[in-house]
Write a protein that binds this ligand. Structure first.
Ligand code: CMC
Length: 431
């Protein structure tokens, strides 16, 4: 086994090298503290491999994203979100029989229990749908007590049921959260519709008229969800894994992932893109002034630009950009002022030295915010849409943790920078 020597003070240790299946190399430092007394410092974990995982491969320099070995470009072109869910969770593309069984499970688990519906209806009208989604996910555990016990010894039928509940109900809860916020009567899932069509029906059907999704709208939702299905150790997925490592059940772990996703630097970015465009428009700016301000590094950033891992291009952004223009044409959208600003921002940033030198390119959120807007999804639902898409990844990562032999609870260290030891000061002597 290859090793790397490390000399610390007068001690030399040999650290093993671990090689991933795509040849990526990591230094195994698990014995470092015990052997040397040192720990490593990696603020934000940018250089830390927190686990071994066989779900998703990313090469940020080359703009590569693969789910279980399959390139994202091929999956986007030839597969569907439901098939990709199966692939991500179970490791292989489904056979026709597996696909039919899985779809059947999703249909069976689409409706919510009445108690959960009342819980959702109890939320204030102006609740953020992400608050409702994370709370409802946590509450799911209360409705399925047989799925929350003994989570570290999860068996196959139990896991299949829990996974199908998570994947199917996230869509129902998401749509219900939108309807509660708009004071609308909740819709029942329609067992005859596909995953994306059913979501659009749950969102938009009215008691007097069923919503029938145009094929290009359903295709845009399908593509959006597929492109978000997993992204290895991003903030929310790492959160799910961290929570899962304590033995927490799937619903509790996923609920934490939803909260992590909510932030504007993660899943909230697609929503922040549209808010930014509205702000620029209201300011009678064409984007030039905003870009100038973003370059000062003080205050706002250009939302939808930059990525922690992709440093040349985001492959998802390239795929969604193509379908974005197709969707605009088929939906007959031409003169949207926010769209014009977005195009101007993209053009300026791609030619500006500030963004070029820092390798800041449009990420998937830049176009996905615009695509959601084009197909009529309300802005405060964008992050929820991301959560629906990311659910298979969270479920698969939870399962990977829950089935790890000799699982260790995740417990990073820190470098303490607070006051050194000092004696307690009585109240009368303070100030
Ligand atoms: N606008 C302006 N400047 C930026 C931006 C931006 N969007 N992103 C990074 N920078 C600058 C930053 O100020 C810093 O400049 P300097 O070197 O002069 O201090 C430099 O670029 C490096 O920034 P960083 O914060 O170290 O980069 P990071 O890799 O830690 O951050 C990021 C990645 C995605 C959080 C960041 O690029 C960002 O805030 N982008 C906007 C929010 C966004 O679109 N998020 C969605 C990410 S994709 C969806 C997902 O996978 O979650």
């Amino acid at each position: 086994m290859a090793t790397i020597p490390l000399k610390i003070e007068d001690k030399e240790v040999s650290l093993p090298v671990i090689t991933g299946s795509e040849g990526e190399k990591a230094i195994d430092i698990r014995s470092l503290r015990q052997d040397t007394g040192y720990i490593t410092y990696d603020d934000g974990y940018g250089n830390t491999g927190s686990c071994l995982s066989n779900i998703t491969y990313i090469d940020g320099e080359a703009g590569i994203l693969r789910y279980r070995g399959y390139p994202i470009e091929q999956l986007a072109e030839q597969s569907s979100f439901v098939e990709v869910i199966y692939l991500i969770i179970y490791g292989e593309l489904p056979t026709a029989a597996q696909r039919a069984r899985f779809s059947g499970l999703l249909t069976e688990h689409a409706p919510l229990r009445e108690g959960l519906i009342r819980f959702i209806q109890g939320f204030p009208r102006d609740s953020h749908p992400m608050a409702l989604l994370s709370s409802s996910f946590n509450a799911l555990g209360a409705y399925y007590p047989h799925l929350v016990a003994n989570t570290l010894n999860v068996d196959k039928p139990q896991f299949d049921e829990a996974a199908a509940i998570a994947i199917s109900k996230v869509r129902t809860i998401a749509a219900h959260s939108y309807r509660v916020a708009h004071g609308l009567k909740l819709n029942y899932p329609n067992p005859d519709l596909g995953y994306c069509e059913n979501f659009l029906h749950l969102m938009f059907s009215q008691p007097y008229r069923d919503y029938v999704a145009k094929p290009e709208v359903a295709a845009a939702v399908n593509l959006f969800l597929l492109l978000h299905a997993d992204h290895e150790q991003n903030c929310s997925t790492s959160t799910v894994r961290m929570v899962a490592s304590s033995g927490a059940n799937l619903f509790a772990s996923v609920s934490s992932g939803v909260n992590a996703l909510w932030g504007p630097l993660h899943g909230g970015a697609n929503m922040a893109v549209i808010e930014m465009l509205k702000h620029i428009h209201a300011d009678h700016d064409d984007g030039t002034r905003f870009i100038q301000a973003a370059k000062t590094g003080q205050g706002h950033r250009l939302m939808g630009f930059g990525h922690r891992v992709y440093k040349n291009f985001d492959p998802r952004a390239q795929i969604i950009k193509k379908s974005f223009y197709k969707a605009l044409t088929s939906l007959g959208i031409k003169d949207d002022p926010l769209l014009n600003i977005a195009m101007k921002l993209e053009e300026i940033a791609l030619n500006d030295d500030y963004f070029i030198s820092r390798k800041l390119y449009p990420n998937v959120d830049f176009y996905s915010g615009l695509i959601m807007r084009a197909i009529g999804i309300p802005v405060d639902m964008y992050t929820v849409m991301f959560a629906i898409g990311r659910m298979p990844g969270w479920v698969a990562h939870w399962h990977e943790v829950a089935t790890t032999p000799k699982l260790k609870i995740h417990r990073p260290r820190q470098i303490y920078t607070g006051p050194a030891k000092r004696d307690f000061v009585p109240m009368a002597s303070r100030g």
